[in-house]
Design a binder for this molecule. Structure first.
Ligand code: COA
Length: 363
């Protein structure tokens, strides 16, 4: 089905009218740790030329992607998530035992159950704390950050570990050139810390949304309760993702701009105030179109889609970490993280970068 632009605007207007996202927050919350994990193996456009009828020229021109990372057969989503989690906790400089909430955003869990978050929890040696998965596709990290932020701000938790991790290579049909070239594997983790009232806030606003009418535009048809695994579903290659690329493209360009404007407006800012825009890395043409609509110069936009492709829930975290590594995240910088994905879903987090250690460092 097709989602009209008008319908999505109506959804947005309803969200804005309801004032969602403006609860009475008691505690400031800031990012104190950031860590990533990507598999070492690279799948280049030249490699893909050997697998499907495509060309480096087509892929670069239409998507901006040159290579992506692919997990080794024995590596699953929880392994990447755990590695990113350990890096983020080390970056935060706290003992693992200080974490009291764990959320993993993923659409490629190790299993339908138990939750990948529980596997990560076991790996960290953190029994007892709440741990759950969150399914919001490539908006997953923004969704999970929103949920952790509200839990911390309300005083329910002190240090949350929020992970976006996916191994989309496991559900991509490498015989389908329309999707095979787009996706890669990776994980990103953030530690969020609850401060005391009166301290500077890191996270300033969030803006989430969904429109389930677009659910069929990007879907994994089989393997769930609607179509359990069978010889027939495997023969029909229904355990691989299906996508209507053109419709998702149109949605993405519009929502990337709209959600970013909305999250800025919630905190009283406009796009001109943004120091760094960290959009979901799906396609350079989507990023460029949104950048132009927001009136942002290229130096304020983080792009790494050329080297990682679309890593789904890990995407904005990987991009944020790279921005920090390159010294682009000075303390006090106003940063917007904006994702969009299957559902359809979208989500933005607006924050002031408050962490100073390791910025521009070696990670
Ligand atoms: N190599 C060569 N040709 C390809 C190709 C590939 N890898 N993939 C598709 N094509 C062909 C198509 O078959 C089509 O050929 P035809 O005209 O003979 O039928 C032609 O290229 C144009 O296809 P189209 O789908 O119109 O291309 P596009 O410019 O829309 O680009 C996407 C396709 C998928 C790159 C683009 O639509 C996109 O990025 N969409 C958003 C996807 C996304 O972000 N998904 C994740 C959301 S979280």
């Amino acid at each position: 089905m097709t989602i009209t632009t008008q319908a999505l605007f109506e959804t947005e207007a309803a969200v804005a009218r309801n004032g969602v996202g403006k609860p009475g927050l008691l505690h400031p919350v800031r990012v104190t740790g950031l860590g990533v994990a990507v598999p070492p193996a690279r799948l280049t456009n030249a490699d893909l030329e050997q697998m499907v009828d495509t060309s480096d020229e087509w892929i670069v021109t239409r998507t901006g992607i040159r290579e992506r990372r692919i997990a080794a057969p024995e590596v699953a989503t929880s392994d990447l998530a755990l590695a990113a989690a350990r890096a983020a906790i080390a970056d935060a400089g706290i003992p693992v035992s200080e974490i009291d909430l764990l959320i993993v955003a993923t659409i490629t869990p190790d299993h339908l159950f138990p939750a990948t978050a529980c596997l990560v929890q076991a790996g960290l040696g953190l029994p007892g704390i709440p741990a759950f998965d969150l399914s919001a596709g490539c908006s997953g990290l923004a969704y999970a950050l929103d949920q952790a932020w509200h839990g911390l701000a309300a005083g329910a938790y002190r240090n949350a570990l929020v992970i976006g991790a996916d191994t989309l290579s496991r559900i991509v049909d490498f015989s389908d050139r329309r999707t095979a070239v787009l996706f890669g594997d990776g994980a990103a983790a953030l530690v969020l810390h609850r401060g005391e009232p009166g301290e500077d806030a890191g996270i300033l606003a969030s803006h989430l949304g969904a429109d389930g009418r677009g659910g069929s535009l990007l879907i994994l048809p089989a393997g769930g309760s609607r179509k359990p695994a069978s010889h027939a579903t495997v023969a029909a290659r229904e355990h691989f993702l299906r996508m209507n690329g053109q419709e998702v493209f149109k949605f993405a360009v519009r929502i990337l701009e709209e959600s970013t404007r909305q999250v800025l407006a919630k905190a009283g800012y406009s796009p001109a105030d943004l120091d760094l825009f960290v959009p979901h890395q799906a396609n350079i043409r989507i990023i460029e179109a949104a950048r132009e609509r927001l009136g942002l110069p290229p130096e304020r936009v983080v792009v790494n889609v050329d080297r990682f492709g679309n890593t789904s829930a890990a995407s904005i975290g990987l991009a944020l970490a790279e921005a920090r590594e390159r010294g682009r995240l000075r303390p006090g910088a106003l940063v917007a993280l904006t994702g969009f994905g299957t559902g359809l879903t979208w989500g933005s987090i607006l924050l002031r970068w408050t962490k100073t250690e390791n910025d521009g460092g070696q990670k």
